[in-house]
Design a protein around this ligand. Sequence first.
Ligand SMILES: [Fe+2]
Ligand SMILES: [Fe+2]
Length: 720
Amino acid sequence: MTMETNVATRRLYARAADPEAYVPAGVLLDEVRAELRRNVPDGPARLDDLLRRAADWASAEGERFRELGDRTHDDEGRRVLVRRAALGCAPLALASGAWLQWLSAPGNAEDPLVLRILALYASDVGVGHPGASRGDAYLDLLRRLRLSENAVPLARLAGDPRVADGAYTLPALLLVMSRRPDDFRGELLGADLCLRTVGLPPPLTLVRQTLPLVADWAVIDPSTARPEDPPPVEECRAVVAELVAREGAAAEAAVLLGFSWALAALRDHADALHAELTASSDPAYDMAELMRLRAREGAVYHHGFELEGRSLAAWLADARTDPSGLLAALSRSKLLKPGRSEASALVKGLVGERGPMFRVFSPDDLTVIRRWIDSLPATSSPVERAGTAGGRAVPAPAAGVARALEAGPWSEGRAPADVREAYHLLMVRTDTPALRSWCLEYVNGWLARSRYGMDGGTMPLPPNWGREGLRPWLQTQHDRHGAEFERNAEVPLPSREDVIDDTVQTAPLTLIDGSWLQGFTDHELASSDIGHALFQTYWDELGNGLAKLNHPLIYRDVLKEMRVDLPPTASPEFARWPGFRDESFELPVYWLCVGRFPRTFLPEVLGLNLAMELSGVGGTYRRARLALKRYGFNTRFVDIHNTIDNVATGHSAWAADAVDILLAGLPEAPGPGSRAETWERVRAGYRSLNPPGGLGARRAARRATRRSRIAPIFPFADRR
Ligand SMILES: [Fe+2]
Ligand SMILES: [Fe+2]
């Protein structure tokens, strides 16, 4: 295995962790499928057998790791095992559940099966609270062990040299597949069922046994339910059964493949980690590992220092692949006294405050060096070959997948011909370079329109953000909505025809309720300080896993009362439906576009979200209620929004808080990324719910899109 392919797997992990990740179709998907089949045993499998096999393996393997801990009696040895096991499981455990992140989409948000999957995922994420996901519980463990410095953001973990390459293979592929949810739904759910059946990854049983109270093990273990949720293994089994019942043999084969592959990959990883942990009980292993990791930098400096007739730089150069020679030479040298680290020059003089190597080694590194020296026999016979670690045994990484993602060529795809086609293409999470460019251009144009004449007096958000935050402003707006409602009491209600027409023309928007926030289902964002409330809002719009609370479905009920039976939202017939006017797709398409870029357009999405959640509360929802009631239509859709979006504990309050969290953390001094600049972007986002449509505004939009055509607007295609 070459160094290059190892790096490729790490890069794959980091790329797929990006909430705006682009994973192309074509060759890449073939590579993923080939990788899934690579070490899966041939022959037919049955789910029941696989479930039993996974459970048996998990308990036997957990026992094997516990025994390893039992055999290690000294505290330092135990500490080494715990740290290695915790780091070795980090790429998977920090991303626990992330593979479900894109399984809901604007076009399938009414599907009860999708809602059920979303409920499983919401439980993993710890919906409603920042830092409450299963991955966050693991992050807490790493923090307690003082191992978390590379764990946030998740993509950074790819660069942690203490984690073996093979530890990234399983989670990297799961993350890649999560970005192609329609291609891998069965495989993802099969793998998810496997991981939940296994429960706590077996290497972590050793950590739990040593530190039973240091972590929230019930949250880290994906088989354990939160107090308020149903048991996840049973829930996932039910989801899989429903999928197979609905889609038949192909879905079943995909589930079985995902399950078998995940089990084989877990096994590979656990075996490699077990071998690493066993080897590390010899202090020379850790020392060899340390030398291997540092050899490259060290070789730059030590040309003048000789060890047994060779420059230390030459020894270090060898140590990059096999450090055993260097260790043996060191053990024979005057730099150390075998068995007595405290008397050895290597730790005493060289790395001390006045030594030439001060701060080259961290306190943890020094522990490794001391432990190794202390383990050397104090008697004369020098150690001949110290250390066995010439690089860790790792399962083959998904190198083909990584190469395919890096290399291309990808199909450019086709940009939509018009706004109706765009609406249809944006019903799913995946896209093509052409569609992505189109989206960015559409958003840039829309925002340019939104900025046009922004301070002309119609903008309710103040010109500056105050340190008191937006809550007082929100109350004022709410009072205003109430007063307007009272003032309009005498204004006649719209006619029945107008009410129906308005309900129909709003359907392309309302049936994708929450889709401006779709990007916040991303695993890291959904549990972040800013994103958790946005994910919770999305989760509410879709009905908290329940069809009866699903806003699009409730809206369809009203439409039915009006004798309007629309095709499924994701179907081409819906976008072509002649009863809609073209303009009725303009705002929905903006939502669908901007919602795909939760990072690029974070301030704008926060502003739009505030405008959206506040728009009807206290006023227009109440007026709409009167109109619907007058003609005998159900008012549930507006009633539910007037309460759920409320300004004290509801969506509009959360929306204001999200803006405040963002702004409070920004620098005061003017410039890019400053508070003032970001506030302007929030304001433009707020106005983007209802931007001006006049000639000047349209001209501004055209200018902005012309500019964006010149600038690179497709930042993800860093093809080489
Ligand atoms: Fe809603
Ligand atoms: Fe809402």
